[in-house]
Design a protein around this ligand. Structure first.
Ligand SMILES: [Zn+2]
Ligand SMILES: [Zn+2]
Length: 355
C-alpha cells in the first residue's frame, strides 16, 4: 500500500530552477516529450504562464498531483504546506527566526518575505474541496501542515493552530538556533560551529517538539545531516532518546525521501540505523516523498517500504481528522475502510520511472 503523507503544492524560491522544474513536472505528468523545437518552447511558456495565473492553490494544479497519484498507485495523499508560507504566522517567525540586521538575518528576512504569501483558510478550503473528486478515483486526500518548532514556542503554536481543522499536524525542525539549516547561503556560519554541537541542539529541539503534544508526526528527524555527517556510533544515544520520546508521547515517525533527491546525500531520512532503533521502541511509521512538484509524488516509496519491512515494520499509518488510519505494508488495507474501488482511468498513460 503506497501512502504519501508529505506533499507540497509549491515552495519557492522562485528562481530559474522553479521554472525548469515546473515545466519538467507538467511534461512528465502529461506524458509530453521535450521536442526542443521553437513551437515546443512557446507551449512551455504558455504552460508556465497558465501555472502562474492559476496559482498553486488551484484545482488545475492539484489535478496534476491527482494524475501522478493515479499513475503511481498512491492510495493516500497528504497535501501539506509550511507554516512559514502563511501570513498568520508572521509574528511567530519574526520572533523565533534570526531576521536581525546581521548578514544572515538579512538573508533570512528576504527569504521569509519571498515565501510567505498565503492564508491558512485558503489552503484548507482548496484541499477539502478536492477530496470528493480524488475519492472518486480511489484516492484518499488529506490536508496537513508542516510546522517549525522552536524551543519554548508551545503556547504560541497552540494558539496559532487552534482555529484550524487539519487532518494532521507535522512537526519539523528546520532551524538551528534561529538559522535555517537547509539554506545554502547560511553554510559559512554553520561551518564555524562544531558539528557535534549542531547535532546536540537539533535533537534537543526535536525532543521538545515531540514532548509538546502538538504534533501527530515528526518529519525527517535527521535532516541535520545536511550540514555534515557524524559517525553514527556517536549518535546512538541521541537516537535512543528520540525513539523513547516518540513512544512516550505517541508521535508517529515519518520516513521521508526528500533528502534522497533534494540533496547530495542520496539517502532517506531518518537513516536505517535510526529507523531500526525507533522501530524497536514500537513507534508507528508513515511514508513521505516530501515532493514539491507533482512528479515527485510517491517517489522512492517502494524503497522506503522495503527499509521498513527490513526492520520488521508491517504497517504504516495515515491520518484523518487527527485520528490514525492503519495500512498494511503487504498491500492489504487492515482498516475496514474500502479504498481503490474505481478503475484506473489513466492506466494507458506513461508510468514514471521512479516508484
Ligand atoms: Zn521539512
Ligand atoms: Zn516538507
Amino acid at each position: 500500500m503506497k501512502i504519501d503523507m508529505h506533499v507540497h503544492l509549491e515552495e519557492g524560491p522562485y528562481s530559474n530552477r522553479f521554472f525548469k522544474k515546473t515545466i519538467k513536472s507538467i511534461y512528465e505528468i502529461e506524458g509530453k516529450k521535450d521536442k526542443r523545437s521553437i513551437y515546443d518552447m512557446t507551449e512551455k511558456s504558455e504552460l508556465f504562464l497558465k501555472r502562474m495565473q492559476e496559482g498553486d492553490y488551484s484545482e488545475w494544479w492539484m489535478d496534476h498531483y491527482l494524475k501522478a497519484a493515479i499513475k503511481n498507485e498512491v492510495k493516500v495523499v497528504g497535501i501539506i504546506d509550511h507554516l512559514y508560507r502563511f501570513y498568520e504566522a508572521k509574528q511567530y517567525y519574526k520572533k523565533y527566526m534570526d531576521i536581525s540586521k546581521s548578514k544572515d538575518g538579512k538573508i533570512q528576512a528576504r527569504w521569509l518575505n519571498q515565501v510567505m504569501w498565503h492564508y491558512i483558510d485558503d489552503f484548507i478550503h482548496l484541499v477539502e474541496s478536492q477530496k470528493e473528486k480524488w475519492a472518486s478515483y480511489g484516492i484518499e486526500l488529506r490536508v496537513g501542515i508542516e510546522v517549525d518548532y522552536f524551543d519554548g514556542a508551545d503556547e504560541e503554536l497552540k494558539n496559532l493552530l487552534e482555529p484550524y481543522e487539519f487532518d494532521y499536524v507535522v512537526g519539523a525542525v528546520h532551524f538551528n538556533d534561529g538559522l535555517m539549516i537547509s539554506n545554502p547561503k547560511l553554510l559559512p556560519t554553520f561551518e564555524k560551529i562544531k558539528i557535534e554541537h549542531l547535532y546536540e541542539t537539533h535533537y534537543k529541539t526535536t525532543e521538545l517538539a515531540i514532548e509538546s503534544g502538538l504534533f501527530d508526526m515528526m518529519a525527517h528527524l535527521d535532516n541535520i545531516k545536511i550540514l555534515g555527517k557524524v559517525d553514527e556510533l556517536q549518535l546512538l544515544y541521541l537516537y535512543e532518546e528520540i525513539a523513547k520520546s516518540l513512544k512516550t508521547h505517541d508521535v508517529v515517525c515519518e520516513l521521508n525521501a526528500g533528502m534522497r533527491y533534494h540533496t547530495k546525500l542520496k539517502e532517506v531520512s531518518p537513516s536505517k540505523k535510526f529507523v531500526q532503533i525507533i522501530s524497536r521502541h514500537g513507534v508507528p511509521f508513515t511514508t513521505s516523498s516530501d515532493g514539491h512538484f507533482p512528479n515527485d509524488l510517491g517517489k522512492y516509496n517502494k524503497n522506503m517500504r522495503r527499509i521498513l519491512r527490513d526492520v520488521g515494520v508491517d504497517e504504516i499509518v495515515g491520518f484523518n481528522k487527527r485520528e490514525r488510519e492503519y495500512f498494511s505494508l503487504t498491500g492489504e488495507d487492515i482498516t475496514d475502510k474500502h479504498m481503490g474501488t474505481q478503475s484506473n482511468k489513466n492506466e494507458n498513460e506513461e508510468t514514471p520511472t521512479y516508484s
